[in-house]
Design a protein around this ligand. Structure first.
Ligand SMILES: NC(=O)c1ccc[n+]([C@@H]2O[C@H](COP(=O)([O-])OP(=O)(O)OC[C@H]3O[C@@H](n4cnc5c(N)ncnc54)[C@H](O)[C@@H]3O)[C@@H](O)[C@H]2O)c1
Ligand SMILES: [Zn+2]
Length: 504
């Protein structure tokens, strides 16, 4: 018997607990216990009869005895009855002893599954029960969104989370982030559990196609690759229109899944296509740059540029999953690595000082680096999914940086501009007496160690003027992110031009 904690699958009746539990147990080679079935076996009667003879209270007693026994065992996959974890003490006990996953299915989905379930004694009047139990189910920390997923996919997701996948909660549910060396080169083995056994469009670019795109597409039973020209210049509506054409040509419908395989440019463009084609089709983000792994693939922002400005057209589109394969970083050009590191340092400064440890920047620690850095993005987007408050902290250094990109006509790469911007923000924080001069020096040193610049010779007036057009400076009042200390940021409003110019 495995010594691992039991995995307990719970959720409303009809949410698929038994099927998912069975598949998961098979996958993990564990023993499976379906609580309702075990009670029937013990009582020698179907649940319907137990209810008829002993009433609900009698049934709950049998259920409680079994639950107490199961909580003492290890290595099982358990599917609970729909009402088993409603009692506070049983729920608390399971939450403490086991890994409890709640299958989250909407009322509409459940009603389509429950219409013929006369076998279930509580199925009549289930809607009132749903409303009464909803809050209790929602209080279980590990939720699994089941909408649009097969039982194999739900079981695959739970297995991945048991193996260390991260999870992002969103207003409409959530999605896993699989971080695993080699995951893209083994994707064929996981096609069914990732929902990739139907029609798939792998959207990538001409650089990544020969490196990873072709091999990935070949592994999937019914996939076609669409390779865009490489570069930000192609993150446009014209490219989007071409992708729509390719999708129509391949007969893509609402069940077709898009995999966005590439850096932020591919992720944003393919994500926008997934948000809009036939009013939205499933999207998997497979980021291949450090920046896209720790930043753009998580959070749901997708979009394209207009001639008038970057990212002016867009949408929120949550992916079904994010697949991060740190192995692909081996071919990333050094400049792109450094630029991604600027965002990693940003995440370190605003929330996770461990990321500032040079030991973690070594290629052999890429997986851990990405894991810690992406967790920061997850924490911020979970609290503020639509970017109305604290998510602004992720803009540390960015108002300074965007202005540099603008005044240099985008000759300075984004990550380099952000590094310079972070140092400006650090100096500003020092001038506001939040951090010490020694901290500023430390941040500068970190940038140099990575090979990132910390200042630039541009006209200060033009630089400031470009900052003042930032869309986040509402009503002309300055709005910048400063560091309260290493590991915590804050929004500062209404600083004077002199205060800001002093750190440029
Ligand atoms: N949606 C968001 O929340 C968000 C956040 C930050 C940035 N972005 C966007 O992301 C974009 C920048 O993304 P990026 O920095 O990933 O740039 P990118 O997508 O242009 O990729 C950089 C270069 O690296 C190449 N490349 C990618 N992966 C590779 C690999 N594994 N091996 C070899 N070459 C590889 C690409 O082909 C490209 O030439 C911008 O358009 C920006 O607006 C979006
Ligand atoms: Zn950035």
């Amino acid at each position: 018997m495995s010594s691992a904690r039991n995995i307990v699958i719970t959720g409303f009746m009809g949410s698929g607990k038994t099927t998912v539990g069975e598949l998961l147990a098979q996958r993990l080679g564990r023993e499976f216990v379906d609580m309702d079935r075990a009670i029937e076996t013990r009582a020698g009667a179907p649940i319907r009869q137990i209810f008829a003879r002993k009433g609900e209270a009698g049934f709950r007693e049998l259920e409680r005895t079994l639950a107490l026994e199961l909580a003492l065992r290890r290595g099982l996959v358990v599917a609970t009855g729909g009402g088993a974890l409603i009692a506070d003490d049983l729920r608390e006990m399971f939450l403490q002893q086991c890994h409890v996953y709640c299958l989250d299915a909407s009322k509409a989905e459940l009603s389509s599954r429950l219409w013929d379930s006369r076998e279930r004694p509580l199925a009549a009047g289930w809607e009132a029960l749903y409303d009464a139990r909803k809050a209790i189910y929602a209080s279980i920390p590990r939720q699994v969104l089941t909408a649009g997923k097969t039982a194999t996919m739900v079981a695959g997701e739970i297995a991945a989370r048991e193996a260390g996948a991260l999870y992002v909660k969103t207003p409409s549910g959530g999605y896993p982030i699989h971080i695993e060396a080699g995951i893209l080169s083994r994707i064929g083995e996981e096609a069914a559990s990732l929902g990739l056994d139907g029609q798939v469009a792998v959207i990538t670019n001409e650089t990544i196609a020969p490196l990873y795109g072709e091999a990935l597409t070949r592994q999937l039973p019914n996939a076609r690759m669409i390779a865009l020209p490489d570069g930000e210049a192609h993150k446009t509506l014209a490219t989007v229109a071409q992708v729509y054409d390719s999708l129509l040509e391949m007969g893509a419908d609402r069940s077709t899944v898009i995999i966005a395989l590439g850096g932020g440019v591919v992720g944003d463009t393919a994500g926008f296509v997934a948000a809009t084609y036939m009013r939205g089709i499933p999207l998997l983000q497979a980021p291949t740059t450090l920046l896209s792994m720790v930043d753009s693939s998580v959070g749901g922002k997708v979009g394209v540029d207009l001639p008038q400005g970057k990212n002016l057209i867009g949408a929120f589109k949550q992916p079904r999953a994010v697949l991060i394969d740190p192995d692909v970083l081996a071919t990333l050009p050094p400049l792109q690595w450094r630029c991604g590191m600027a965002e990693v340092i940003k995440h370190g400064l605003i929330a996770q000082p461990g990321l500032l440890n040079p030991e973690l920047w070594q290629p052999e620690h890429a997986e851990e680096l990405v894991r810690q850095a992406v967790q920061v993005k997850i924490d911020f987007v979970e609290i503020d999914p639509y970017e109305q408050g604290i998510r602004a902290h992720l803009n540390l250094g960015h108002t300074f940086g965007h202005a540099i990109e603008k005044v240099t006509g985008y000759a300075v790469p984004h990550g380099e501009a952000v590094a310079i911007g972070i140092v400006c923000a650090a100096k500003l924080s020092r001038n506001l007496s939040f951090i010490t001069e020694a901290m500023v020096a430390r941040i500068q040193k970190i940038c140099w160690q990575i090979g990132l610049p910390t200042d630039i010779a541009v006209d200060r007036e033009r630089w400031y003027a470009a900052m003042a057009t930032d869309k986040k400076w509402q009503g002309g009042e300055s709005r910048l992110i400063a560091l309260k200390r290493i590991g915590e940021a804050a929004v500062v409003h209404g600083l004077s031009k002199e205060t800001i110019m002093a750190v440029l």
